[in-house]
Design a protein around this ligand. Structure first.
Ligand SMILES: [Zn+2]
Length: 494
């Protein structure tokens, strides 16, 4: 082992060895995609530094390979391409975090690049976890894709900004976590000049078109299609260019094919991601002759507004419309440069009803964003939402209540999503939202009930992926989130 480790440090051209002297590392522009060899080859990038605080990170690898431009397909390449994506994402978000913030797990976030066989990746408040799996005769490593790496990092970044969302008993809050993570992957891509230039060429300057920027995790999407043909989009895992219109998630089925909107958080997240991507494309079009520099600028501007919005928007059942309204308010307090592209994108998706959007002008004047942030800070000092007790008998828990963290922060800003017919819809109560959230998790088999002997009536799904667990407390069973994943479970049935 020592001899092979020593060999890896030499910049020679043996398999797995750096292909040039150590002037940088190799990395993908975005996801490696499903072509062999990849359509866009790996590129040389500056050696990334994960030790910068805040948002310091550490990839678990003993020994860590020496920096170098390794050949794709080698563990050394995967290490450095993941490090490059992580460093790029961290450098981007570091600009928008309040002073003194750290990761939820502490000063340093661990990264476990290959935790065994699965078609998945997840953030569990301990580390970012990645896996590998074989499909169609090919082995795919989720940690090799900058899209997936930056998606998982995005969950951790949102957990820095709004830890209350981690355990919120609300479909929209969970879906927003997925949307924010996908947006992080898109914005991290925009930090590469080579990708910006390529996207503008591929889309003839119309960023609203489907492109490598909007298509997320093409390679993992391909692998998943080999096993489950309708579980993901035909050309990627999820596409930010889509035409989904808002519908109350409480009224949607808990599962569905990728072509339909379901209340499953990754599926439902596409409504918000689609609107954000349209706003990005619209913002890019604002200068008379926009260039790749403008594309980076609009990404920077919208990320800054988004970071402000998630800190200001109360965690309530109609969370999408609250974040949308807070984004528009954040922009208004910053000169209103993106007012039209933001408002129109959210209205086109039904995230804001036309009525609510018209009312935003008055709201902005009445309630500056700083006041909203202060209001949230006032009630959110514990950084956890209050528990709501649901009748345990409904879930096979007998007389023991089920405690769920309710999306119930006070609203300072009245807003609403569009009804499918006319007008706005009324948001469900926090309790109804919590019940819908729990029922969805039960229908998809995502709750690990453990071996509590007294749970006689619990519906056990033996082989499904668990995102939540039940923790016994003196007041009842507490529903606790274990992790956010990137969204596919090959063992859904069983
Ligand atoms: Zn995710």
């Amino acid at each position: 082992m020592a001899a092979s480790a020593a060999r890896r440090r030499r910049p020679s051209r043996e398999p797995g060895e750096p292909s040039t002297a150590v002037s940088g590392v190799n990395g993908w522009q975005d996801d490696p995609g499903d072509n062999v060899p990849p359509t866009v080859p790996a590129e040389l990038r500056p050696v990334p530094d994960l030790s910068i605080a805040p948002l310091r990170m550490r990839i678990d690898a003993t020994p860590a390979p020496a920096a170098g431009a390794y050949e794709p397909g080698t563990p050394e390449f995967r290490y450095w391409s993941a490090a490059e994506g992580l460093a790029r994402g961290a450098a981007f978000w570091r600009q928008f975090l309040p002073e003194g913030t750290t990761w939820q797990p502490g000063e340093e976030l661990r990264v476990l690049l290959d935790e065994g066989v699965d078609f998945n990746a997840f953030y569990d408040r301990h580390a970012l976890n990645f896996f590998h799996g074989t499909a169609g005769g090919r082995t795919v490593f989720s940690g090799e894709s900058p899209d997936i790496v930056c998606h998982e990092q995005g969950h951790a970044v949102l957990d820095v900004l709004r830890p209350e969302l981690f355990d919120a008993g609300s479909i929209e809050a969970a879906a927003f976590h997925e949307s924010f993570a996908d947006i992080c992957a898109i914005l991290a891509g925009l930090q590469l000049q080579s990708l910006r230039v390529a996207i503008l060429s591929d889309t003839s300057g119309d960023v609203s078109r489907s492109s490598r920027l909007s298509r997320l995790a093409e390679q993992l999407g391909w692998a998943i299609r080999q096993m489950s043909r309708d579980a993901v989009d035909p050309d990627c895992l999820r596409n930010a260019v889509n035409s989904f219109f808002y519908h109350s998630p409480e009224e949607l089925p808990a599962r569905g094919p990728a072509a339909a909107l379901s209340s499953e958080p990754h599926s439902f997240s596409r409504v918000f991601t689609g609107a954000f991507f349209e706003a990005l494309a619209g913002g890019f079009r604002q200068p008379a002759t926009p260039t790749e520099v403008d594309l980076q600028k609009v990404g920077f501007d919208l990320a800054r507004l988004l970071a402000a919005a998630v800190q200001a928007a109360p965690v309530v059942p109609e969370y999408f419309s609250q974040v949308a309204a807070a984004l528009i308010a954040a922009d208004a307090s910053n000169g209103g440069k993106y007012r039209n592209v933001l408002t129109s994108a959210f209205v086109r998706r039904g995230i804001l009803s036309a009525h609510a959007a018209v009312g935003m002008t008055a709201v902005q004047a009445a309630m500056p964003l700083a006041a909203a942030r202060a209001a949230v800070a006032e009630v959110a000092s514990s950084r956890e939402l209050p528990h709501l007790a649901l009748a345990g008998a409904d879930y096979g828990l007998g007389d023991t209540p089920l405690l769920v963290r309710a999306a119930s922060e006070p609203r300072r800003l009245v807003t609403a999503a569009a009804a499918i017919g006319v007008g706005s819809i009324s948001a469900p109560s926090s309790e109804r939202a919590a019940r819908a959230f729990v029922e969805d998790l039960i229908q998809r088999g995502h709750i690990d009930a453990g071996d509590h002997g007294e749970i006689a009536g619990w519906i056990v799904h033996p082989h499904t992926f668990k995102t939540h667990c039940l923790v016994k407390s003196e007041n009842g069973f507490v529903l606790s989130r274990i992790l956010f994943d990137c969204g596919f479970h090959p063992h859904m049935v069983g």
